[in-house]
Design a protein around this ligand. Structure first.
Ligand code: SF4
Length: 369
């Protein structure tokens, strides 16, 4: 805890804020506008809102949220598929908590549960394997939602199910890879990003070198931890690189992130999943950005085991989640924000998850300009 204290120290924060403002003013002179920095990770979005950094720095830099909330980037069709699994007789849907309240086209897992479906929240995918082992009469479909952070544990659970020869456990594989989504953002001609605050948790698994592609774009980027001074220091480093015109990908979270990441976790993913195209809310289909079950584990693919009805998703009018996840809009730009759409009555997923931009703005930045 003593080690962490400096990352929350208000004196250090004051020094960093002063330096960030000075550098940002210099960058604004060079660009003729405020620098636009994107935090890619939903946990950073919540941390920035909670610490009030957006309002402290808003006159100097434009901080945008990106596609870093796993529940939020799960597209409507996949949410509808999850609902369809819950409606199948004899099926138990196992999920992490946030997914339950995400609205699909006409329903949500929460609503299905209220109407009698067996939807259970598990704190780990392994618990779902144990649950399946104890109830051979049920088919357990676990919802594999998340980034490189959650996929290794799900991969281990699938291996365990195979070792136990479980015939009643499958996974709906909707995991996503962060770097291809960032490349998709950078190829959007309407989007201007001057630097990335790179995710801390994902980087623990994939390492700093996974972002080498950013060097081609000459985009200053820094892997950051989640304390306020971690984030301020990352912003400071990005702006400093901009002033010097020396872009690089730096690791500002060296207390946990290694150059090459966590090789064991990477191997678990590679053993079980193949990389495939994936559909993201807002970004559409991003090539090579998803994880599907590989040939040796196809028997655990819920989509292979169960026939689902045709899915025809429709997006609720007015919800701007897709544009917010691309950093083109902020929650305040959505006309439903804090009116029709609230945490107790979410219209889109960005208002559901604690990592969603709309939920973070609602909780910490409502009324703050
Ligand atoms: S405020 Fe609600 S409706 Fe608007 S973008 Fe956010 S989640 Fe969607």
């Amino acid at each position: 805890m003593r080690e962490l204290a400096k990352f929350r120290d208000p004196e250090i924060a004051r020094v960093l804020i002063r330096e960030v403002r000075t550098l940002a003013a210099r960058v604004a002179e060079l660009l003729g506008r405020r620098a636009i920095l994107m935090e890619v990770c939903g946990t950073h979005t919540a941390a920035i809102s909670r610490a009030g950094l957006r309002s402290l720095l808003g006159d100097y830099i434009d901080l945008r949220s990106g596609p870093g909330c796993p529940v939020c980037v799960t597209d409507y069709a996949d949410v509808d598929r999850m609902v369809a699994f819950a409606r199948l007789p004899g099926v138990t849907v196992g999920t992490f908590g946030d997914m339950v309240r995400v609205p699909g086209s006409g329903s949500s897992l929460e609503r299905e549960r209220a109407e009698g479906a067996d939807v259970r929240i598990f704190y780990s995918s392994r618990d779902a394997v144990y649950y399946a082992a104890e109830r051979p009469e049920r088919q357990v479909v676990f919802l594999g939602v998340g980034f490189e952070t959650t996929a290794p544990a799900v991969a281990l659970s699938i291996k365990e199910a195979k070792a136990r020869n479980l015939q009643n456990f499958t996974v709906f594989a909707s995991h996503k890879l962060v770097p291809p989504a960032m490349e998709a953002l950078l190829s959007d001609p309407e989007l201007r990003i001057d630097g990335f605050i790179l995710p801390g948790h994902v980087s623990i698994v994939i390492g700093r070198t996974a972002y080498s592609f950013l060097e081609e774009y000459r985009l200053p980027s820094v892997i950051a931890g989640f304390e306020p001074n971690d984030i301020l220091d990352a912003v400071r480093l990005i702006l400093k690189m901009m002033v010097k015109d020396e872009p690089a990908v730096l690791n500002g979270y060296t207390r946990v992130v290694r150059e090459e990441g966590n090789r064991i976790a990477q191997q678990q993913m590679a053993d079980v999943f193949d990389v495939c195209d994936a559909s993201w809310r807002g970004l559409g289909v991003v090539p090579q950005s998803g994880m599907c079950l590989g040939a040796d584990f196809k028997e655990f693919d819920a989509c292979e085991r169960f026939a689902l009805p045709e899915i025809r998703p429709h997006i609720p009018a007015g919800c701007a989640c897709g544009e917010i996840l691309k950093g083109k809009l902020t929650p305040r730009d959505c006309r439903l924000f804090a009116k029709v759409c609230q945490p107790t009555q979410p219209v889109g997923p960005c208002m559901v998850s604690s990592e969603g931009a709309c939920a973070a703005y609602y909780q910490f930045e409502r009324g703050v300009e």
